[in-house]
Design a protein around this ligand. Structure first.
Ligand code: NAD
Length: 286
């Protein structure tokens, strides 16, 4: 099936990423079934999507009718069986290999023969997720970036046994969603995190080595290299816990010291200084 043939998308896990991905799908005119583990979480996700679509109306990015039509395309459920009619399912549950493998095995028994199964994992092996299924050729990675409705990149990941048609379907769907996808192999960190995580860790180590303040480090990289955002502000935006977790996963996969999270970040995480979301990281937020 081509990406143009995808009529109904399933999203499993409607947390930060899943809700954003479901929003992008319904805004692109695609019927979407979102699955959460409880009615309460379904309602919370629906409320968040309605909120962000409403903000879009306030900012003039879409009309009230377009918002209502987008919301009408969203169905939420707690039953995996309700994903039966989906042509492509994006999984966005907890970053845990066993949980993802179990889910993919279950999904296989629910969706049709031709359906493509995609994982939004950031740091796990797509191949290991795929190998839990009877037909790993239909499994790919679709790595959206946070916030999914805002950032255009999607890394479409070829696992070892992904069929080219499945990769093409995911790529074409990403384009239909208004994204700018790239294709890449299933290597640890894929493209962006493989480069960004050690780079940001180097930046944090320079804070102590060069005796420079977070303000001045950010000034150095925005004024000297024309980065659109400084490294400390970027880590605060990503979330220090998310960055430390991703660093640990890459370090475990590649064994390179630069991948390991710097002590300073681990301490901040342990103290609950998680960046923007907790109100304090390198900088303080209102
Ligand atoms: N947050 C990010 O910046 C980001 C960016 C790109 C990719 N990712 C990846 O996306 C995935 C989801 O991340 P998130 O930040 O949205 O997480 P989250 O915690 O916000 O949401 C996960 C959701 O999945 C549900 N869930 C958890 N375990 C489940 C299970 N076993 N079965 C079914 N549902 C389950 C939870 O109810 C929750 O709502 C992870 O694989 C993560 O690595 C995250």
């Amino acid at each position: 099936m081509s990406g143009a043939g995808v009529r109904r998308v399933g999203v499993v896990g409607l947390g930060t990423m899943g809700a954003g991905i479901a929003q992008v799908c319904v805004q692109a005119g695609i019927e979407t079934v979102g699955r959460e583990v409880s009615e309460e979480l379904c309602e919370r996700a629906r409320g968040r999507i309605a909120h962000y679509l409403g903000r879009g109306v306030e900012k003039g990015r879409l009309t009230g009718e377009e918002r209502d039509a987008a919301l009408a395309r969203l169905t939420t459920t707690t039953e995996l069986a309700d994903l039966a009619g989906c042509d492509l399912v994006v999984e966005a549950i907890v970053e845990d290999l066993d949980a993802k493998r179990e889910l993919f095995r279950a999904l296989e028994g629910v969706v049709g023969e031709d359906a493509v199964l995609a994982t939004n994992t950031s740091a796990l092996s797509v191949t290991e997720v795929a190998n839990a299924t009877e037909r790993p050729e239909r499994v790919v990675g679709m790595h959206f970036f946070n916030p999914a409705p805002v950032l255009p990149l999607v890394e479409v990941v070829r696992a070892e046994r992904s069929a080219p048609e499945a990769v093409d379907t995911a790529f074409e769907l990403a384009e239909r969603l208004g994204k700018e996808p790239i294709r890449c192999n299933d290597t640890p960190g894929f493209v962006v995190n493989r480069i960004l995580i050690p780079l940001l860790n180097d930046c944090v180590r320079v804070l102590d080595e060069a005796g420079v303040s977070p303000q001045d480090l950010d000034k150095a990289m925005t004024r000297g290299v024309n980065w659109p955002i400084g490294p400390c502000a970027l880590i605060d935006l990503i979330g220090i816990d998310v960055h430390v977790h991703a660093s640990e996963a890459l370090h475990a996969a590649l064994g390179e010291e630069r991948m390991a999270p710097p002590e300073r970040l681990v301490l901040m995480r342990d103290e609950g200084k998680l960046g923007r979301k907790s109100g304090e990281g390198f900088f303080v937020y209102d």
